[in-house]
Design a protein around this ligand. Structure first.
Ligand SMILES: NC(=O)c1ccc[n+]([C@@H]2O[C@H](COP(=O)([O-])OP(=O)(O)OC[C@H]3O[C@@H](n4cnc5c(N)ncnc54)[C@H](OP(=O)(O)O)[C@@H]3O)[C@@H](O)[C@H]2O)c1
Length: 240
């Protein structure tokens, strides 16, 4: 019989776990038995997620962490190593939007912020956490990208560039690590009903919900060990 808690004994770290998609993923992984390590910059938001997890008898740990700061990410990895001695699942979810207008009007510091969070931050977390997976000879890294990493996004070019970059990073790292039994996957959702952007003109009820992304991730982490789904494109059934 299939276990209801297939991730018992596993440790999963989720960046941007304080709200939106990251919070839904953390709740899902905790329900599946994993200890969810909740990362983000705002402790109060992480505490809300931890409380929801505790209410459903799940386990979690809070580590305040800014993925744009290499020292912050390395400190988080050291804490995970000393507290748990393992990391089974790394979910790179932290991200920011940027949909204000054409690229030639984008202030350079906004470009820096978007690329540093959505792309450089993933480099930092993989650099900090993958060695623990390599040592263990197993692991799963899941990057939350976007359909904006597959398509043109007028008035969101920097965001699209960060997500196209993230997809290229994911495919490449997947090849680097698959020989060491580490699976690297990417989920590319369409518009999700969160605080990332106002989604002006879209019907929130027709949009994807954070739980839809968490469900896709559940499918990834429950694949039999000899196979892995490298990419999921997730669309709302009806155009919002
Ligand atoms: N919503 C959509 O339509 C949509 C569609 C496709 C893909 N995505 C992707 O899904 C992911 C999650 O987005 P969301 O919609 O759930 O957005 P959200 O509700 O705005 O949540 C973003 C999360 O990322 C965290 N974060 C931001 N900067 C961070 C940093 N420097 N270090 C650590 N954590 C940071 C935020 O927490 P703090 O501010 O407290 O740090 C927050 O918890 C993003 O990568 C986004 O690009 C979203």
């Amino acid at each position: 019989m299939k276990s209801e808690r297939p991730l018992d004994t596993q440790v999963a770290i989720i960046t941007g776990a304080g709200r939106g998609i990251g919070a839904a993923i953390a709740r899902k992984l905790a329900t599946m038995g994993a200890t969810a390590v909740l990362c983000g910059r705002t402790r109060a938001a992480l505490e809300n997620t931890a409380q929801a997890i505790a209410q459903s008898q799940g386990r979690s740990e809070i580590i305040a962490c800014d993925v744009t700061q290499v020292n912050s990410v390395e400190a988080a990895a050291k804490r995970v190593e000393s507290a748990f001695g393992r990391i089974d699942i790394l979910v790179n979810n932290a991200g920011i939007g940027g949909f204000g207008g054409p690229l030639h009007q984008l202030p350079p510091d906004a470009w820096e912020q978007i690329l540093n969070t959505n792309l450089r931050g993933v480099f930092y977390t993989i650099r900090a956490f993958a060695p623990l997976m390599v040592k263990a000879g197993s692991g799963h890294i899941i990057n939350i990208s976007s359909l904006a990493g597959k398509n043109a996004l007028p008035n969101g070019a920097a965001y699209a560039a960060s997500k196209w970059g993230l997809n290229g990073l994911t495919y490449s790292v997947a090849e680097e690590l698959r020989g060491q039994n580490i699976r690297v996957s990417v989920i590319c959702p369409g518009s999700v009903n969160t605080e990332l952007s106002p989604h002006t003109g879209k019907d929130p009820m027709k949009m994807l919900q954070p739980e839809d992304v968490a469900h896709a991730l559940e499918m990834l982490v429950t694949q039999a060990p000899q196979s892995f789904v490298s990419e999921i494109l997730l669309r709302p059934t009806q155009k919002p």
